[in-house]
Write a protein that binds this ligand. Structure first.
Ligand SMILES: *Cc1c(COP(=O)(O)O)cnc(C)c1O
Ligand code: SF4
Length: 321
């Protein structure tokens, strides 16, 4: 679905259409049918709708919100390869996503000049040549928007790389379009030589409330891959302790452990999703009071030039004292 008017009409929310035009011009709506089916009709505050609906509010560009908030362009070591953290390299396999998340920190990313977009050989050559790289992260865009034959090429190029122990896939597709977890993808996963880690991206428990998603995650789990989740803390989507706890529980129901809860990256067009640090820390502490440790994701922020994603609670006076 690419037309905000049609989407809103289907949800019985046509009165919101006049608020979407400028946002739509900046970056068009893109949301697949299976995800739409999990939206509540008639609810303008639906947490799934809010993640994808273009809004005129995106025109606001407060100080500090830019187009390359993480200064990723400087971490590039080969076309499509980002090396910011020790032992790990991140490959931008494609710029394509099945869904356009309005808060995405890569919404302004110059994929054409930065992604490997099919010509992976220089990037993979760099991985093969550098024994310090123990983990390769397939990112994007969404790496599972590539055809299975392309994934097979990639795995083949990494077969004889002894220092590479882990292949990590950052993807939203198994949740957004669960039928993407098809037999041939599973066969591919079983053939990959490295350990596999799949990091999903789910922000709200309602995204998991679908038998097809349960089945897709069950099948992913059966490959032996470790399943983790990262979320972004988003105003109007998941900024309550009830919502965050429900998400952690729903993930566990599907055999997925929460990994990171990211604060919003200051990307132009996303300021209306922002939550200040004090509130974010309060939510984090409230989660810790209610959940076992393994269901509390780490609240992190990515800062340019730091050797790891920075834990917000590490500077929290309550935690430090
Ligand atoms: C987030 C990120 C990683 C992975 O970091 P982890 O803390 O291991 O999840 C690696 N490379 C880049 C460029 C990243 O942005
Ligand atoms: S799926 Fe991920 S990379 Fe794609 S738009 Fe959403 S947040 Fe951005």
């Amino acid at each position: 679905m690419r037309d905000p008017n049609v989407l809103l009409h289907r949800l019985g929310l046509s009165e919101l259409a006049h608020r979407t035009r400028a946002g739509q011009r900046l970056w068009p709506l893109r949301v697949p049918e299976p995800f739409i089916r999990r939206m509540r009709r008639g609810d303008p505050a639906d947490p799934l709708l809010r993640q994808v609906l273009p809004l005129d509010a995106e025109l606001a560009s407060p100080v500090g919100f830019g187009t390359d908030p993480l200064e990723e362009r400087s971490a590039r070591t080969a076309p499509g390869l980002l090396q910011k953290y020790r032992g790990r390299a991140l490959l931008i396999t494609t710029g394509v996503c099945a869904i356009h998340c309005r808060y995405c920190f890569r919404r302004h990313f110059p994929y054409a000049e930065t992604s490997a977009s099919g010509a992976w050989e220089p990037a993979l050559g760099a991985v093969r040549a550098d024994p310090r790289i123990r983990e390769l992260i397939l990112s994007g865009g969404d790496p599972l928007s590539l055809a299975d034959s392309r994934l097979a090429d990639l795995a083949a190029a990494l077969t004889h790389v002894p220092h590479l122990r882990t292949l990590r896939i950052h993807t939203r597709l198994p949740v957004v379009i669960p039928s993407r977890v098809c037999d041939s993808l599973l066969v591919w996963m079983e053939r990959v030589r490295q350990r596999l880690v799949v990091v999903l991206h789910v922000n709200h428990a309602n995204e998991l409330d679908d038998p097809e998603v349960h089945r897709a995650l069950f099948r992913l789990r059966q490959t032996g891959a470790a399943l983790l989740n990262q979320s972004v803390l988003l105003c109007g989507v998941n900024d309550s302790v009830e919502s965050l706890c429900a998400l952690s529980e729903a993930l566990l129901d599907n055999g997925v452990l929460p990994y990171y809860l990211h604060t919003l990256d200051p990307v132009q067009g996303a300021a209306h999703f922002g939550i200040d640090d004090r509130r974010a820390l309060r939510l984090y502490r409230d989660m810790r009071e209610r959940l076992p440790g393994y269901l509390v994701p780490r609240l992190v922020r990515e800062l340019p030039g730091k050797p790891y994603k920075v834990d917000l609670a590490a500077s929290d006076p309550v935690v430090v004292s």
